[in-house]
Design a protein around this ligand. Structure first.
Ligand code: AMP
Length: 187
């Protein structure tokens, strides 16, 4: 089973992805984590993306698509993919479809954790204190939210036509969201 988790930064995608990893014995694919790791290791990619990341801008589709393709073609991860933060643009969604087709896979479920800006700001401010994430100052948070909503809208429209698309109220408690996801997986 392959699953996509959508939602603005701070919607709880990471938390639900970790639940799904255990539930379906899957692999969490967080492009945010992968990109932060490139910066931490100071790789060539890391050097290219650090400014955009710190500005709350999206990293180029080319860079993200390349990083993703290695994971999709990894036989160990086949049909155990949990996407958290990818795809975020129509180009990424089209690329994902192509890679899945080539590797004889498909997306089984898409969850959109929908949360408004006020709640996101509250949550990320809290996370900033707990996790000390450098890209998390308030200005960046708002920029990231706006960029996400604007760029991801066409991607949402793209997936929301399918019957495997489910919108979930992301302002619910973590357990309540998990229960809803759980119900869709067990049908
Ligand atoms: P996240 O941890 O998912 O909130 O992502 C943090 C930052 O990483 C974003 O603000 C973007 O700068 C970058 N990023 C993560 N995923 C993507 C993606 N799929 N496409 C482009 N940029 C991304």
């Amino acid at each position: 089973m392959n699953i996509i988790l959508f939602g603005p930064p701070g919607a709880g995608k990471g938390t639900q992805a970790k639940y799904l990893v255990k539930k379906i014995n899957g692999f969490q694919i967080s492009t945010g984590d992968i990109l932060r790791d490139e910066i931490k290791k100071d790789t060539d990619i890391g050097k290219k993306i650090i400014n955009d990341m710190n500005d709350g801008k999206f990293v180029s589709d080319e860079i993200v698509n390349n990083l993703i393709s290695k994971i999709i073609f990894d036989p160990l991860k086949k049909n155990r993919l949990i996407f958290d933060g990818y795809p975020r643009s129509l180009s990424q969604a089209t690329n994902l479809n192509l890679l899945l087709e080539k590797s004889d896979q498909k997306i089984d479920l898409v969850f959109f954790l929908n949360v408004n800006k006020e709640i996101i700001i509250e949550r990320i401010e809290k996370r900033k204190i707990e996790e000390k994430r450098s890209d998390d100052d308030l200005d960046t948070i708002v920029k990231r939210y706006d960029t996400y909503m604007k760029t991801t809208k066409p991607v949402l429209d793209f997936y929301s036509k399918n019957i495997n698309f489910h919108e979930i109220d992301g302002s619910l408690k973590i357990d309540q969201i998990t229960n809803k996801i759980h119900d869709f997986i067990n049908v």
